[in-house]
Ligand binder design. Structure first.
Ligand SMILES: Cc1cc2nc3c(=O)[nH]c(=O)nc-3n(C[C@H](O)[C@H](O)[C@H](O)COP(=O)(O)OP(=O)(O)OC[C@H]3O[C@@H](n4cnc5c(N)ncnc54)[C@H](O)[C@@H]3O)c2cc1C
Length: 414
């Protein structure tokens, strides 16, 4: 993060979801004058979020992680189980963080805890003026962006960071179009307690309608994201706690023993959306304003945190005019490969689960079988998943001539 000078420009951050609050913190800590526009923080989100090591390291530098530790559970093992009734089924594939010398892949915590921790740090951070209302009208101009707020006031800024969610009015005002697709899938989200220890293992059952993913919480508790057809989500949601607990336990093949679901349940309709650009007209897109895809492999906010990192990097190169064309072009170029690759990978995996076509079943089964059987490949996959580029870097490291020579010398000494 580059330190901007004290006379650095004003930046308007729109949206008070996790991406917006993180953006406000990061820009203020980089020395920008930040106006944060968005409603009071949501307290009715029953989801949990799994963040991987790089995102957690970043939250730690912002002073957010400490307040989250008590509510969080480490993810030490991740397991994929083929829960389909298809002819071709994959073997169980298990990833242990210890195989790549990590203690854990990441942490899982309730969104309420994340939002409360972020709110606490945002309120205490100097340099952030939080207007608890929404942006009603955007007027992007050549030398500044003007936002008219619902409290009747107006904010002028050199740069706006749009963290205003999947329907992003700021994105529309920037003239950025979106390619989007609504899936015939919904995620039923709930938490539950269980009679056996989870041993900090997350299990993703692949089913014909999408993944059924259990993620550990502290104690004998876990969260569940169950992707089903929209009609089935409504039917499951209408069940009483005892009936739903039994169905969840059966789906989990009783690996966590007896299941008792909590009262709060929510349904999220799934979609994919990718903007044609990630910045234009003094507006940079971050979080779900920049990418929406199904909740497979805990990618969304992990990617959102990288957006914020690269937004502040691009802006800090020109602290007096962070919304100038050069900053927007470098932000767009920095984010494009990562966002396109992650969106593509998640969509492909989702499609391969839903497809009854034999070729896609063979490809998925063969891929998972290979991963299960070949430990260097599994390690590469895990490293790449955790820190993109590091898995391949490790291979190139072992192929460097001096590394090869010293290995050959060690072998000949034996
Ligand atoms: C079921 C499910 C499970 C998930 N699990 C994970 C996970 O384990 N790990 C992970 O990394 N990701 C996960 N995700 C993705 C993650 O939840 C999202 O990436 C993240 O919540 C997006 O945050 P955001 O701040 O971009 O958007 P939002 O949380 O939608 O926030 C948008 C904000 O903008 C505000 N707003 C809207 N319009 C305006 C306006 N005009 N002016 C000002 N403010 C405005 C809204 O009020 C809101 O505060 C999951 C998603 C789902 C659906």
């Amino acid at each position: 993060m580059t330190e901007a000078s004290t006379s650095a420009a004003r930046v308007l951050v729109a949206g008070t979801g996790p991406a917006g609050m993180i953006a406000a913190l990061v820009f203020a800590q980089a020395g920008f004058e930040v106006v944060l526009a968005g409603p009071p923080v949501s307290t009715d989100d029953d989801r949990t979020t799994a963040l991987m090591a790089p995102a957690l390291d970043y939250l730690d530098t912002l002073g957010v992680l400490e307040a989250l530790r008590e509510a969080s559970a480490p993810l030490r093992t991740m397991r994929i189980v083929d829960g389909t009734a298809r002819l071709l089924r994959s073997p169980v594939v298990t990833f242990h963080a210890s195989e790549i010398d990590e203690q854990q892949f990441g942490l899982n915590f309730p969104n309420r805890a994340l939002n409360a921790a972020l709110e606490q740090v945002v309120v205490a951070q100097a340099g952030i003026a939080w207007r608890k209302c929404i942006v009603e009208h955007w007027l992007p101009r050549e030398d500044e962006v003007v936002a008219q707020l619902s409290d009747g006031s107006e904010v002028q800024a050199k740069l706006a960071v749009a963290a205003d969610g999947r329907t992003s009015p700021a994105r529309e005002a920037a003239g950025i179009s979106v390619v989007s697709h609504a899936h015939r899938q919904s995620a039923l989200v709930l938490s539950f307690s269980h009679s056996r220890d989870h041993a900090f293992t997350s299990t993703e059952f692949h089913t014909e309608t999408g993944p059924f993913t259990q993620v550990p919480l502290p104690g004998r508790r876990s969260s569940l994201v169950w992707v089903v057809r929209p009609g089935s989500a409504e039917e499951l949601n209408a069940l009483d706690d005892t009936s739903l607990s039994k169905i969840v336990e059966d789906r989990m093949q009783s690996i966590l023993g007896r299941v008792t679901v909590d009262g709060g349940r929510q349904i999220y309709p799934l979609s994919t959306a990718v903007p044609t650009r990630f910045a234009a007209n003094r507006i940079m897109l971050v979080g779900e304003a920049a990418h929406v895809f199904p909740p497979i492999g805990a990618q969304g906010l992990n990617l959102g945190i990288k957006d914020v990192q690269q937004a502040v990097d691009a802006a800090s190169r020109n602290p007096h005019d962070p919304g100038a064309a050069g900053s927007l072009v470098s932000y767009d170029a920095a984010r494009r490969p990562d966002i396109m690759a992650r969106t593509g990978a998640v969509s492909l995996l989702n499609l391969s689960l839903l497809s009854d076509m034999l070729p896609s079943q063979i490809a998925r089964t063969a891929g998972l079988s290979l991963l299960g059987a070949v430990s260097p490949l599994r390690a590469l996959f895990m490293r790449e998943g955790l820190r993109p580029g590091s898995g391949f870097a490790q291979i190139f490291e072992t192929l460097r001539p001096d590394a090869l020579l010293s290995r050959r010398a060690a072998v000949s000494r034996k």
